[in-house]
Design a protein around this ligand. Structure first.
Ligand code: AMP
Length: 414
């Protein structure tokens, strides 16, 4: 029996694992600069948490969640996204009490049963930030700019923030009514859309089958109440003054029900690319809806795999420095313990001032030719060879594995 990774999942190893770590490292620095603290929540939660927060009539809840029962019959779900988990953690750990304006970030795996294709997986990674406790659009602007900063920092530069406002509890009903009236007027909707029209008309705009039919949808901004309109105007002027490249996109609705007011997606400007690299929005009712105190909040998530693919095309990883591989070889096996302690020493201190090294060997049971073949296979840059004659003079042979030149160097100089 040959086992394979489940459909829609992939192993990340070698240089791709290093790039993923580098992206996460860059993200941690950027988040901390803005006062965000890391939070790690469970990979699975009570399935009802996601149903309640993301919404029953959404693709994620209807089609994409991995739901299972544990041995005690509890209905659990692998997290399809982390905002609901963070809101739950915010309430459960009373994080709002010690910090009235809490800023948190997370990095981790998400799970959605989607049809796998390029840039779309069943297990993927998101890096996201959530800002609780501030209702001012300044927080929305901070989140959008932070998401863009993250992309710029990996040299994904040709991007635009597509923004929209979905209104609040007060103005959404009128917007909804206008939308239902428009959508219901002879567009020949698919089965999913007909069902959603009644319960969640905003989601109809996102339909992969029907969305191209909706050419003249009602202008959402016409239905915003004065508070939502003011917030959206202020957001735009803040983004403008920060030099942010943004586009107001009347069709943007996002696939999750908890959003209020601002929603946004950051897309690459390349022709035809509709896939978002990052996305998010404001969710002022979610914390209260799942049992906490009324707390305004705004957040975003970026898809690490998609950002890495975009960064691959950008210059960022060209300058990416892999560590120098050092192979410790033995010409005489009786020097094994000396070579072994040398390896331990350079792992700690580096070699000739370079601390970005990966050390292999010594291996006890191979002759020198085989050890050097092994060094070639792992693409070692340098082999440090312990040989009796040189070692008695306090020296080792340092072999450049590219041009195969070899010099005697005093151990103390390394
Ligand atoms: P969402 O949680 O749907 O708002 O998505 C936020 C970001 O996560 C998107 O912009 C994508 O970059 C990424 N993403 C969402 N779903 C997937 C998936 N199935 N595979 C890979 N990346 C994804």
């Amino acid at each position: 029996m040959i086992y394979k990774a489940p459909r829609g999942t992939h192993d990340i190893f070698g240089v791709n694992a290093a790039k993923m770590s580098l992206l996460e490292q860059v993200a941690r620095v950027i988040f901390r600069k803005r006062g965000f603290e890391e939070i790690r929540t469970p990979i699975f939660e009570d399935a009802a948490l996601f149903m309640r927060s993301i919404g029953q009539v959404t693709d994620i809840v209807e089609k994409e969640m991995y739901v299972f029962e544990d041995k005690k019959g509890r209905k659990l779900a692998l997290r399809p996204e982390a905002t609901a988990s963070l809101a739950r953690a915010f309430i459960e750990n009373r994080l709002g009490i010690s910090m009235p304006a809490g800023k948190f970030f997370y990095i981790g795996e998400m799970f959605r049963y989607e049809r796998p294709q390029a840039g779309r997986y069943r297990q993927f990674h998101q890096i996201g930030g959530e800002f609780f406790g501030v209702s001012s659009p300044a927080a929305d602007a901070e989140i959008i700019l932070l998401a863009q900063d993250l992309l710029y920092s990996v040299e994904v530069n040709e991007i635009s923030a597509h923004i929209n406002s979905l209104g609040c509890k007060n103005c959404r009903p009128a917007l909804r009514e206008a939308l239902v009236k428009y959508l219901d007027s002879g567009h020949g909707l698919c089965g999913d859309c007909l069902r959603r029209l009644k319960r969640n008309p905003l989601r109809v705009l996102d339909c992969k089958i029907d969305s191209h039919k909706f050419t003249e949808i009602p202008q959402m901004s016409d239905y915003l109440c004065s508070e939502c309109k003011c917030s959206f105007d202020l957001l735009q002027s803040l983004l403008e003054s920060a030099g942010c490249n943004y586009i107001v996109d009347n069709r943007l609705v996002r696939g999750l029900d908890y959003y209020t007011k601002t929603v946004f997606e950051i897309r690459q400007d390349t022709a035809g690319s509709r896939e978002a690299l990052a996305a998010g929005g404001r969710y002022d009712n979610l914390v209260e809806d799942i049992g906490g105190q009324s707390t305004p909040a705004v957040g975003f998530a970026l898809g690490s795999e998609r950002v890495l693919a975009a960064a691959q095309k950008a210059k960022f990883f060209i300058s990416f420095q892999e560590s120098e591989k050092i192979y410790i070889a033995l010409a005489d096996s009786e020097l094994f313990s000396e070579a072994f302690s040398f390896a331990v020493k350079i792992v700690k201190n580096g070699l000739r001032g370079n601390k970005n090294i990966s050390v292999f060997g010594p291996l006890e049971d191979k002759n020198l030719t085989n050890q050097l073949k092994f060094a070639d296979k792992i693409k070692a840059c340098t082999a440090v060879i312990f040989a009796k004659t040189e070692f008695e003079k306090g020296k080792v042979l340092v072999k450049n594995m590219k041009d195969k030149t070899q010099t005697e160097i005093s151990i103390n100089e390394l």
